[in-house]
Ligand binder design. Structure first.
Ligand code: FMN
Length: 447
């Protein structure tokens, strides 16, 4: 299958190299910032020059009533270029993993919306609109946000949860909507560890811990080391670790019962499983600390539990931070070694992110800044990967896939401002409306 082989780097991508476009300027922009990968940090946002193009495009309408888009001269020039390119963009080629096929390689990453307000982890009509509109927008896979496997595994009191059978039905109708709109429905299962019980826009206490007498809880971690200004966690006992592994298993079964096609285990961004991986947050002296084998033990146990609980046709993904960007901490070599083990244990794709484990580290944020990590994991662990992080432009995304740097790309914050990002991208890449992931109801509004 094309998606699982390293792409021929001299083929389609190189034929596009003579195209100078407005992406280059943005790709060259670098900023040194300390970033929390799960915070909507405006310092990470860039200017989407394609959006400006699109505003210009929307002025006229042709005789069929469709927006005429670009001025005629530019259109003729573009169509000539398209004829030379001939083949369909790789970004919009399908990809199969186990029994699941995504219609394209533009995916929505998990993004916590902190919106299960006073709902004990149950999603709401907001979540329906949020996820189904992105499925209608053409994403091949829509991953639901970090969803807690236990109440004390929530990042904030307003996180989604699947720790009780009673929560399943509230997910089901949304999953049905996502699938009816043609996307694969995935869910990210999480335990927040020492970064739990935090505030958010909907619960207050933003940037700090929610007190236990106001809806917060005692957090837990591999070792009693606090994250920045957050309340100190309590060290987990081995029995408690086994209990959390069981909670992941039970939540995965509930997710499948809710209709999800794919389970993603959150082992990134400084939440519990990545706290175990990193020697700077895990100073245990038992079988869950010390050597790399010991530090990855809990993650591997979670993978085994989830893999064993869901049908063979259900893909299992793991999101991992490929580095904590700190000397003496978690790094790419440990990530690759772990990815090899995860693959042996039945993980189908590694979703490669970085950071979030330690406070106060400098992250060299710029477009594509995490893509080389995805490529290294893909090539060295021989496992399918996704790339994420400041991928905002259609050609930029297409190149990543064509170059074999990832099997799919994820569009995060750009999809918060444009749920229809894939439909716009399909047009930019030269697909005909009939080849783009339009809902039949919307085809008359095609670009
Ligand atoms: C509002 C928001 C919430 C996020 N929540 C999660 C989450 O629940 N799980 C996760 O793994 N990453 C989370 N992230 C990180 C994103 O999945 C993604 O990796 C990050 O935004 C970088 O991609 P982008 O530059 O395309 O936005 C979140 C990011 C944002 C902006």
């Amino acid at each position: 299958m094309r998606g699982f082989t390293v792409a021929d780097k001299t083929s389609a991508y190189d034929r596009e190299d003579d195209e100078v476009d407005d992406e280059t300027a943005v790709e060259n922009e670098a900023a040194e910032v300390a970033a929390d990968p799960e915070a909507a940090d405006s310092a990470l946002d860039d200017v989407d020059a394609d959006d400006a193009d699109d505003a210009d495009d929307a002025d006229d309408a042709d005789s069929a009533g469709r927006p005429a888009g670009k001025p005629k001269s530019k259109r003729l020039f573009k169509s000539a270029k398209k004829a030379v390119k001939a083949e369909s963009p790789a970004l919009f080629s399908p990809i199969s993993l186990r029994g699941v096929t995504a219609r394209n390689r533009v995916w929505l990453p998990p993004m916590d919306t902190y919106s299960a307000v006073a709902r004990a982890g149950k999603p709401t009509p907001f979540h329906y609109q949020h996820y189904v509109s992105r499925a209608m927008g053409g994403f091949g896979l829509v991953c639901f946000e970090a969803t807690a496997v236990a109440p004390e595994g929530r990042i904030s009191p307003c996180d989604l949860g699947l720790w009780d059978d009673d929560q399943i039905a509230a997910f089901q109708w949304i999953v049905d909507g996502v699938k009816e709109a043609g996307a694969v429905a995935a869910i990210q299962l999480n335990h927040a560890g020492r970064k739990g019980s935090t505030g958010c826009f909907s619960a207050g206490y933003e940037g700090g811990s929610v007190p236990q007498d106001d809806g917060g809880w005692q957090t837990v971690a591999p070792s009693p080391i606090a994250f920045d200004n957050l309340a100190a966690p309590r060290e987990l006992t081995v029995d408690e670790i086994h209990g959390i592994v069981d909670a992941f298993r039970a939540a995965a079964v509930r997710a499948v019962n809710a209709g999800f096609d794919v389970i993603e285990i959150h082992a990134a961004h400084g939440y519990l499983l990545s706290e175990f991986l990193d020697p700077l947050t895990n100073v245990r002296t038992d079988e869950y600390g010390g050597s790399l084998e010991n530090r990855m033990r809990m993650l591997v146990e979670v993978v085994d539990a989830v893999r064993g609980a869901v049908a063979p046709a259900v893909p299992v993904f793991v999101r991992i931070s490929a580095t904590d960007w700190a000397a003496g901490g978690w790094d790419l070599n440990q990530t690759i070694a772990t990815a090899r083990v995860l693959k042996e244990h039945g993980v189908d794709l590694v979703d490669v992110s970085t950071g979030g484990i330690l406070p106060g580290v400098a992250i060299p944020v710029k477009p594509n800044y995490q893509v080389p990590f995805s490529e290294q994991v893909r090539v060295k662990a021989l496992v399918p990967t996704t790339a994420v992080g400041l991928i905002t432009k259609p050609k930029q995304a297409d190149r990543i896939v064509r170059r074999g740097e990832a099997d799919a790309v994820q569009i995060g914050r750009a999809a918060l401002r444009d749920p229809y990002w894939p439909l716009r991208a399909a047009d930019k890449l030269g697909l005909k409306p009939s080849e783009a992931p339009y809902q039949p109801q919307y085809i008359r509004g095609a670009y």
